[in-house]
Design a protein around this ligand. Structure first.
Ligand SMILES: Cc1cc2nc3c(=O)[nH]c(=O)nc-3n(C[C@H](O)[C@H](O)[C@H](O)COP(=O)(O)OP(=O)(O)OC[C@H]3O[C@@H](n4cnc5c(N)ncnc54)[C@H](O)[C@@H]3O)c2cc1C
Ligand code: FES
Length: 361
């Protein structure tokens, strides 16, 4: 990385690759157990991504590094550095390691960017961004981008947290909304901080609150990210109001919880609990018998092979492998494109082998 304070124009830099070494350049405490880490590339290349996308970071937690996926809270309108804002839950391994160990100057390998949760795919006159907890990170990236874009884009932005002290990016959001009439900002908390007055909305987000904060929400393209019960509550409000759910988009940081009715029907062969399958890992020369209901990732691990993986529910794309023979049943959550599938790629974490299958691992 070049010397601090040196200016290098964008047109003299390369742009970053799918796998890149990053250098941590700044660490900003945001809220309890929540920290923003800013990175530059080790070779001074610039970052190209869509606002709302994520990267996966390789964290040297133990003898085997682990991968964790984080949304880029930064905006691609400022392409020289990126940031992720991470919140460690109780028992966290990867995120806790970052908060306790990562220092300015440390290097980490990053994979990505990936993800389809971005307003850029859904052009609209008006947006409604709703985020809860660390789920506000994609909303922050998209709002920063639209603000930097310099055009008047109508955004209703709702930032929810347990307490006011846990609201992420509150000051920067206030600054942006005070400078332009187009960003209508609202905060919702479940309870007050002790000994501190709170004049904003209090309680769980409901229909009445939504009508007060964004009276024209039925006309908006809606993006929502947060814990599953939070997103379910938002979906319920919208469904009751008769909102056209084609204009609702959400991202889950964890495996989606689906009711029986929500499980989609697939037109390929569905794996059977009783049926056996056979996996050939062509590059390593390893073969394994398994059940059709096992994932390729699980079978590889049991056979002592390492397929890099992060989310393990088909969203981050880290575990993409090339299938050279046979069929799989794959239930992904957007971590692979139709073109990649047509080229023979599958996501190992959410693909189950039907009969004999060979992969390039
Ligand atoms: C597309 C995508 C984007 C993401 N963006 C962000 C982001 O911007 N910021 C961020 O902080 N995280 C983000 N995540 C989540 C992140 O990737 C990790 O899954 C999360 O931080 C947990 O990893 P960990 O190492 O902290 O905990 P782990 O070591 O994986 O988990 C330890 C234990 O904590 C539990 N646990 C983990 N997370 C939670 C939770 N939220 N609530 C309750 N229990 C939990 C686990 O079930 C496990 O028992 C994103 C995930 C995805 C898929
Ligand atoms: S590990 Fe994220 S898609 Fe498989």
């Amino acid at each position: 990385m070049m010397k601090l304070g040196t200016y290098l124009p964008l047109n003299e830099r390369a742009y970053w690759k799918d796998s890149q070494e990053l250098v941590c350049v700044m660490i900003i405490p945001e809220a309890p157990d929540t920290v923003t880490f800013c990175f530059k590339t080790a070779d001074d290349s610039w970052f190209l991504y869509q606002p709302g996308q994520f990267i996966s970071l390789e964290l040297p937690v133990g003898p085997q590094p682990i991968l964790r996926t984080y949304t880029l809270s930064s905006s691609p309108s400022r392409p020289i550095s990126i940031s992720v804002t991470v919140k460690a839950q109780a028992d966290s391994i990867g995120t806790r390691w970052m908060i306790d160990n990562l220092k300015v100057g440390d290097r980490l390998r990053a994979y990505g960017p990936g993800g389809i949760f971005t307003f850029t795919k859904y052009s609209a006159d008006k947006y409604l961004f709703i985020g809860a907890g660390s789920g506000i990170t994609p909303m922050m990236s998209m709002t920063r981008y639209l603000f930097d874009n310099g055009e008047h884009t109508d955004i209703a932005l709702i930032n929810c947290a347990r307490r006011p002290s846990e609201l992420l990016f509150a000051n920067e959001m206030r600054r942006m909304s005070q400078r332009v009439p187009d960003i209508k900002l609202h905060f919702v908390v479940e309870e007050d901080d002790p000994y501190a007055a709170w004049a904003g909305y209090r309680g769980r987000l409901n229909q009445l609150m939504l009508e007060l904060m964004a009276p024209d929400y039925m006309e908006r393209e809606i993006f929502c990210c947060g814990p599953e019960p939070f997103m379910r509550a938002v979906r319920d409000v919208l469904n009751v109001a008769g909102f056209d759910m084609d204009h609702y988009h959400e991202e889950s940081f964890h495996a989606p919880i689906r009711t029986e009715e929500q499980v989609p029907e697939y037109d390929d062969v569905v794996p059977s609990e009783e049926a056996t399958a056979h996996l050939t890992f062509a590059l390593s020369g390893v073969e394994a018998d398994c059940r059709e209901t096992d994932s390729i990732l699980t079978v590889a691990r049991e056979a002592g092979l390492n397929i890099p993986s992060a989310c393990q529910f088909g969203v981050c794309g880290t575990c993409k492998v090339k299938k050279t023979k046979g069929e799989v049943h794959m239930v992904h959550n957007g971590g692979i494109t139709d073109d990649e599938i047509a080229d023979g790629f599958v996501l190992a974490c959410c693909s189950q082998p039907i009969g004999a299958v060979e992969v390039e691992v």
